[in-house]
Design a protein around this ligand. Structure first.
Ligand SMILES: *[C@@H]1O[C@H](CO)[C@@H](O)[C@H](O)[C@H]1NC(C)=O
Ligand SMILES: *[C@@H]1O[C@H](CO)[C@@H](O)[C@H](O)[C@H]1NC(C)=O
Ligand SMILES: *[C@@H]1O[C@H](CO)[C@@H](O)[C@H](O)[C@H]1NC(C)=O
Ligand SMILES: *[C@@H]1O[C@H](CO)[C@@H](O)[C@H](O)[C@H]1NC(C)=O
Ligand SMILES: *[C@@H]1O[C@H](CO)[C@@H](O)[C@H](O)[C@H]1NC(C)=O
Ligand SMILES: *[C@@H]1O[C@H](CO)[C@@H](O)[C@H](O)[C@H]1NC(C)=O
Ligand SMILES: *[C@@H]1O[C@H](CO)[C@@H](O)[C@H](O)[C@H]1NC(C)=O
Ligand SMILES: *[C@@H]1O[C@H](CO)[C@@H](O)[C@H](O)[C@H]1NC(C)=O
Length: 506
């Protein structure tokens, strides 16, 4: 009883204290906001309003007590054994230029017991302090840049990651990366093993993806393994998905001390040529699998005139689909095979039923194939059991030519400047449209733009063993491991940790 009483008094004081701090910070912020946004040359009269009577805090615990201070309202009432802390903050500034800014901050914290409430409340006020302290300085570098309080709101909403677009952000140089060493991972195949193939620059390993509006957790292999305990995590797609799958194997391998406790169930070694692997993590009774398919739909043959030709059955799911069934987590992709070069320019290539289209454009064919895939997913996937992801296309960075005509990227050792405008590929727009029509919720791993910046992450000439390097052919399409696909997997991890946010275009 005594402990509890002193605790509630202490926590009340702390609350008052943190509130005073955040209010003064808020005031400082608005003051500096006003200072920075109005250039000294055209100083104008500005009215700053700070209505304290609308600052209020409610705190409910077992003890009945009333406490008023600082024009605020602190009430401690009888009310179950839950602590409810509710802060509501409303401030407004009104400058004679007509700019009027209003901020609304609401935070409700409900907790089961005192120690929990203490921690949680402290976190809330800390979040407020950092968010308010951080904004004006950073934003003031460009005086013509419009500052709205939505930026502040966004900052304050940090950590509310369920509403955060985690694909919108920037690369931050972080010495604590990469998340594993290439030499510690036996699953990287030659094509992605840049350091083993002689790549010497290291900066490309040290970039961490930082969303603008929230933080994502650092990849934790043990937690991830717990998340997939007893489950099948299956990657389905082209070699870029193999790239991401190998990255995940390496990330998870970091938590396994006995190398014998991870193995391919049929003893297969990873090579470019095969596309059918299931790695078992013995202690977690889970498998991390990869099944190759270039188009998600069936590559076939048909008679055209006298000849039997290769076709693509855009109305039929890939024959490997029986292996995808029953997975608990599915990560699909398809994109870069849908090119002029790889689809025979669409001439006598796409097939529906018995009909081989004499000519069909790639966008139409891509859309029809995705609809075939979507129908398969809706038919065979139980939304309650299986979580489905679709990874958006990844950009390649061939400069000065195509992959087979001298295109290169070797000279790049750092990310591109993020102010470059990026074209969102039409294929991704088609993917978004198809996903929207689906019954099954599918999360779009929208990694196109963030990867677009990482011209430095490709194997270039280091996709082959030193003796076999042919510097006239560069790989500016796959990714070194460790590297960019690790960030995709951190985002996958984020979604698996948080509640599923189904696909939504808005
Ligand atoms: C301050 O806010 C309260 C409640 O929102 C309102 O009744 C009062 O008129 C406001 N005072 C000023 C000066 O705006
Ligand atoms: C404090 O808040 C309580 C509950 O909302 C309200 O009933 C009371 O009138 C408020 N007191 C003051 C002084 O604002
Ligand atoms: C803001 O200032 C303008 C002009 O000074 C005034 O007309 C308007 O009523 C003010 N708005 C508020 C919310 O105080
Ligand atoms: C608070 O609750 C959590 C779980 O609800 C519990 O693990 C913890 O021991 C509790 N702490 C106290 C001090 O009651
Ligand atoms: C400031 O930002 C605007 C657009 O936001 C841009 O047009 C302008 O060039 C920038 N100025 C400086 C000095 O960076
Ligand atoms: C932004 O991009 C333009 C070209 O698109 C470039 O000239 C400029 O230097 C870039 N700005 C910064 C700050 O890097
Ligand atoms: C490297 O590739 C080019 C283009 O395919 C080829 O012409 C050349 O002979 C190759 N060089 C070596 C050393 O293999
Ligand atoms: C994916 O990202 C692109 C560019 O970053 C954006 O235009 C698009 O709306 C995003 N799609 C979704 C579904 O969030």
């Amino acid at each position: 009883m005594e402990r509890q009483r002193s605790f509630s008094l202490k926590s009340t004081r702390l609350l008052v204290f943190s509130f005073t701090i955040s209010s003064s910070l808020l005031f400082c912020f608005f003051f500096s906001f006003w200072l920075f946004t109005d250039p000294p040359s055209n100083f104008r009269e500005t009215h700053l309003q700070f209505n304290q009577s609308s600052l209020s805090v409610f705190l409910t615990t077992k003890k009945a007590q009333t406490f008023t201070s600082f024009s605020g309202n602190f009430t401690i009432n009888k009310g179950g054994n839950a602590i409810l802390a509710h802060t509501h903050l409303r401030t407004s500034t009104n400058s004679s230029s007509g700019r009027s800014v209003v901020s609304d901050v609401e935070k409700v914290v409900r907790l089961k017991n005192e120690s929990g409430a203490f921690v949680e409340r402290k976190r809330v006020s800390e979040a407020k302090v950092t968010s308010l302290a951080g904004s004006p300085v950073r934003k003031s570098s460009n005086s013509s840049e419009k500052i709205t309080l939505s930026a502040v709101k966004r900052k304050i909403k940090r950590k509310k990651s369920s509403q955060c677009d985690v694909f919108n952000g920037r690369w931050v140089f972080d010495e604590s990366y990469p998340l594993y060493a290439y030499s510690s991972c036996p699953f990287i195949d030659e094509g992605f093993n840049c350091q083993a193939n002689g790549r010497l620059d290291r900066d490309y390993l040290k970039w961490r993806w930082q969303p603008d509006d929230c933080d994502i957790p650092r990849f934790n292999a043990l937690k991830m393994l717990e998340l997939i305990r007893g489950k099948r995590l299956v990657f389905v797609g082209d070699s870029i998905n193999r790239n991401q799958w190998e990255s995940l194997l390496c990330l998870l391998r970091g938590a396994i001390t006995d190398p014998k406790k991870v193995y391919e169930t049929d003893g297969r070694r990873i090579t470019k040529e095969r596309g059918d692997y299931s790695f078992k993590f013995v202690d977690y009774h889970c498998t991390v699998e990869y099944y190759v398919t270039h188009f998600l739909v069936h590559e076939s043959k048909a008679r055209v005139g006298q000849k039997r030709v290769q076709t693509l059955r855009i109305d039929t799911i890939d024959k490997g689909s029986s292996k995808w069934k029953g997975a608990d987590i599915l990560v699909f992709n398809t994109a870069h095979w849908w090119s002029h070069h790889k689809t025979k320019a669409g001439l006598n290539y796409y097939q529906e039923g018995y009909q081989v289209h004499h000519r069909l454009d790639v966008s139409t064919a891509f859309r029809r194939a995705l609809i075939t895939w979507a129908a398969w997913v809706d038919r065979h996937i139980a939304p309650g059991k299986t979580r489905v992801f679709f990874r958006s296309s990844e950009p390649s960075h061939f400069r000065g030519g195509q992959w087979n005509s001298g295109g290169h990227c070797k000279e790049s050792t750092g990310p591109l400047n993020s102010n470059q405008s990026i074209n969102y590929p039409e294929k991704n727009i088609i993917v978004e449209q198809v996903l929207k029509q689906m019954k099954t919720p599918v999360v779009l791993l929208n990694i196109t733009s963030l990867s677009e910046l990482r011209i430095d992450g490709h194997p270039s000439i280091y996709g082959r063993k030193p003796g076999r390097i042919n510097s006239s052919i560069q790989d500016c399409s796959h990714w070194c491991l460790p590297g960019v696909p690790d960030a995709w997997n951190e985002l996958l991890y984020f979604y698996l940790l948080s509640k599923q946010k189904p696909f939504s275009a808005d």
